[in-house]
Design a protein around this ligand. Structure first.
Ligand SMILES: [Fe+2]
Ligand SMILES: [Fe+2]
Length: 157
């Protein structure tokens, strides 16, 4: 039994942007893999899955923030800050996981950060979906290309 919620992607999770939908699908496939690793994966497999998840998140968060840039989404800054905190936590968890062979700890750390990111997808990402797909903003869907208005600081992980 997985220690965290592990939903499959369904059209109900579509945010109306093919690229972002594809990244969400890829992330949820990775989460399913992680759920299996938490049940019985080796330390090597857990470390590899953590690295893959952090890489996915780094690229996906930037693409999502580029999508906001083409809109007037009023929660864009709050959402971007949430990304930054999650990426920092995931990167920090990866460092700790990389330096440990304690199986109980590895599973616990990977489960916690994975659940946080799944919750973000199911809650915060669905909030911008509602905005982007509303009649009021029809035609403002934007694309996940172009200049990135991401929060850049020296200590960004
Ligand atoms: Fe997302
Ligand atoms: Fe997001």
């Amino acid at each position: 039994m997985a220690q965290f919620e592990c939903p499959e992607w369904t059209p109900a999770l579509s945010v109306g942007n093919d690229q972002i939908d594809g990244e969400h699908r890829e992330f949820l496939v990775t989460v399913a893999l992680i759920a299996n690793l938490i049940e019985g994966g080796s330390a090597v497999e857990i470390k590899a899955a953590t690295g893959a998840m952090v890489a996915l998140l780094r690229e996906h968060f930037q693409n999502e923030e580029r999508l906001f840039f083409g809109t007037a989404y009023p929660m864009a800054m709050k959402h971007s800050v949430e990304h930054r905190v999650l990426l920092f936590m995931a990167s920090d968890a990866k460092k700790m996981i990389d330096s440990s062979n304690d199986q109980v700890y590895l599973r616990l750390a990977l489960g916690i950060i994975t659940q946080l990111v799944v919750d973000h997808l199911l809650q915060s990402d669905m909030e911008y979906k509602t905005y982007l797909l509303s009649d009021q903003n029809a035609g403002m869907e934007g694309t996940a290309t172009g200049a990135a208005p991401v929060l850049e600081t020296a200590d960004r992980p």
